[in-house]
Write a protein that binds this ligand. Structure first.
Ligand SMILES: Nc1ncnc2c1ncn2[C@@H]1O[C@H](COP(=O)(O)OP(=O)(O)O)[C@@H](O)[C@H]1O
Ligand SMILES: [Mg+2]
Length: 307
């Protein structure tokens, strides 16, 4: 959601992410697949931009391509990707200047993204050490920063959780740990590839609320990848609807939800469970995002105890 302070004119500044005519061709055994076909979009500070589409439409390839996480010899990229002004398509090494600093990834499946044989604490300490916020020798500083990060993602009794191993935490709690790890580097842009898809629907709302809260507090930009228009509707400022590698429609979230231009988007909409009226305003709602936070809270209220 847009969290521009009133003093800052919206969108005068350089976008955090600017993607122009981006194309990814995958070299597969069956031949060359154009998985991403000339897509363009941009994300500014405090914005959430969502790419939505059915499975296989090219969403993850877009995200992984933008992050340059696709194997260099099997994926041919073209077009322009500027991350906070750094052109990462022109120079493959440029991504190292921004990955884990300006930009961080929240992976899809919290159950498999963490190492099962290392404690939550040691994995968080490693992320903090890489971020440069504390050195491996300074155990006190590492511990303090780790506790602070777990507090930010609303994990109760953080000191106790640091000693635990991934199998001892629920999926929702693990996803919060992964978000804490992503936050260790104080990124300006989060790329979240289906961050709630592996979670129980009742836990999803809590994670989405957390992302919105972090965005409101820090003005983080978010690239959200989802197949679920319910998720997109709750969290996005703009939506790009992807089909067969290309965007079939793009626009403000409410415009897409209220007036879908294509049959494909109408089908995605039809698959969304009804969460209550779009403009429902709950008591004590956050003024800047009453519409979306309302529905999101409705989800959280039923889910909070299940995490
Ligand atoms: N490793 C791969 N080998 C062959 N084809 C792939 C591979 N990864 C993705 N693809 C193809 O690229 C297209 C886009 O996939 P993907 O980006 O994973 O879609 P989504 O994330 O929207 O589900 C699909 O047609 C898929 O078959
Ligand atoms: Mg995917």
């Amino acid at each position: 959601m847009t969290a521009q302070p009133a003093s800052q004119p919206a969108f005068k500044e350089q976008p955090l992410l600017e993607v122009r005519d981006f194309q990814v061709e995958l070299i597969t055994e069956a031949g060359i697949v154009r998985a991403v076909d000339s897509v363009s979009f941009s994300i500014h500070r405090g914005e959430t931009v969502t790419i939505i589409g059915e499975s296989g439409s090219g969403k993850s390839t877009t995200a992984m391509g933008v992050l340059r996480l696709l194997p260099e010899d099997l994926a041919v990229l073209s077009g322009t990707v500027l991350i906070d002004g750094v052109d990462i398509t022109a120079d493959p090494k440029a991504i190292n200047k921004v990955r884990g600093k300006t930009l961080a990834l929240i992976p899809q499946d919290p159950m498999t993204a963490l190492s099962p044989v290392h404690s939550i604490g040691s994995q968080l300490f490693e992320a903090i050490r890489i971020s440069g916020a504390a050195s491996a020798k300074d155990k006190g500083a590492l511990q303090a920063r780790a506790v602070r990060l777990l507090e930010q993602v609303h994990i109760p009794t953080p000191e106790k959780q640091l000693k635990k191993y991934p199998h001892q935490l629920s999926g929702g709690m693990l996803q919060r740990v992964l978000i804490a790890i992503a936050l260790a580097s104080e990124p300006q842009l989060l790329v979240a590839d289906e961050p709630t898809s592996a979670l129980d629907v009742t836990v999803q709302g809590g994670i989405l609320d957390l992302l919105l809260e972090l965005q409101e507090q820090r003005g983080i930009g978010i690239l959200m990848i989802t197949h679920d228009l319910g998720v997109a509707r709750l969290i996005s400022d703009r939506i790009h609807v992807m089909k067969d590698g290309a965007f079939v429609e793009s626009g403000e979230v409410q415009q897409i939800v209220d007036h879908p231009a294509t049959e494909y988007t109408r089908k995605l909409l039809a698959a969304v469970p009804v969460l209550g009226p779009w403009d429902e305003t709950p008591p004590g709602s956050r003024p800047t995002q009453a519409a979306s936070a309302g529905s999101s809270q409705a989800l959280t209220q039923t889910g909070a105890t299940h995490e």
